[in-house]
Design a protein around this ligand. Structure first.
Ligand code: NCD
Length: 307
């Protein structure tokens, strides 16, 4: 039963609930018009204290396609946070106006805190470098649709594995399914945190290897998940400049990949995938962005209890 629940990290959902959400999203994709009125009269508050294109707009589009309405802000400077209001007070107030809240905040743990003060479901749309569960549901739906299931994949995670919250959430989620193994490709300074290697991989017995060169391992992968170096989470610009172009996936590197490997990226991309790769049949990142809206439609419908 998903009605009324908060979604802060992917582990808030059972594997059965993940499948249920993916099934609902697929139905919505196949016949979007059939769901056009199910959220009529309901309001989504989109509270974005950090920049976003896809996540915010796909949440808004999702609610509008379900027949509901949307309010919120896209910039903390235009909210009372700029006057010094606490997150607890903002959320307490907004939860009196809306039926469901999607919130992005630069601070790790912000969504969890918000959920303690909210009278309506809070969906974490990204809390600092921590988690991003709706991106993970999107990634899982994409993987199930294009690779036939959630299990038995060799998954390359490449780029900024330290600050990339989508990576942390996806690694945690895929570790719950049997037979997945991870190849972690990053510069040493951007390696995945120990709370994932020790707290997730070791605990679930999930195999993983770490390396620095994508070319050496690309041929082993079923899924390659590219990520952007997270400039906004760096402490100094020099380190960012030095590391930002560590990995650039291009046509040449794609020659070494399996014919049925898929390339995912949560987007936005900066330089890490050359535009020449976009026309490769294995490039699935724009399809992935499209799945995101249907995933969020399914989640909103289930949490508000209309489905
Ligand atoms: C990601 C995010 O915000 O964490 N974007 C997204 O939600 N699709 C990835 C990123 O910003 O690099």
């Amino acid at each position: 039963m998903l009605l009324g629940r908060h979604i802060i990290s992917p582990s808030d959902l059972t594997l059965g609930e993940i499948s249920e959400l993916c099934d609902a999203a697929e139905k919505m994709l196949a016949d979007t018009a059939a769901f056009a009125g199910v959220c009529r009269g309901k309001i989504l508050a989109a509270l974005f204290f950090e920049p976003s294109t896809r996540t915010r707009l796909s949440f808004e589009a999702a609610m509008l396609r379900l027949g509901g309405s949307v309010l919120g802000f896209a910039d903390s400077a235009s909210s009372s946070a700029a006057k010094g209001e606490s997150l607890a007070d903002t959320v307490r107030t907004v939860s009196a106006y809306a039926d469901i809240i999607a919130m992005r905040n630069p601070k790790e743990g912000a969504a969890l805190l918000a959920s303690r003060y909210s009278a309506v479901p809070v969906i974490n749309a990204g809390d600092g470098g921590h988690h991003h569960p709706t991106q993970t549901l999107t990634d899982l739906l994409t993987i199930r649709s294009l690779k036939g299931g959630f299990s038995g994949h060799t998954v390359g995670l490449c780029g900024d594995l330290k600050f990339g919250r989508t990576v942390h959430s996806l690694a945690e989620a895929l570790s719950r399914y049997p037979g997945n193994r991870f190849v972690l490709v990053s510069p040493k300074e951007l390696a995945i945190p120990e709370y994932i290697t020790q707290g997730v991989f070791a605990k679930t017995g999930t195999a993983f290897a770490e390396c620095e060169k994508l070319e050496d391992v690309i041929g082993d992968l079923d899924i390659l998940y590219m990520t952007r170096v997270q400039r906004e989470r760096f402490f100094n610009e020099q380190d960012y400049v030095r590391l930002k172009d560590s990995y650039i996936l291009d046509r040449e590197k794609m020659k070494g990949a399996k014919p049925d490997m898929i390339v995912l990226h949560p987007l936005p991309r900066v330089n890490e995938i050359a535009p020449e790769v976009d026309s490769d049949a294995r490039a699935a990142y724009f399809a992935q962005a499209r799945y995101g809206m249907f995933t969020r439609m399914a989640l909103i419908a289930k949490l508000t209890g209309v489905l």
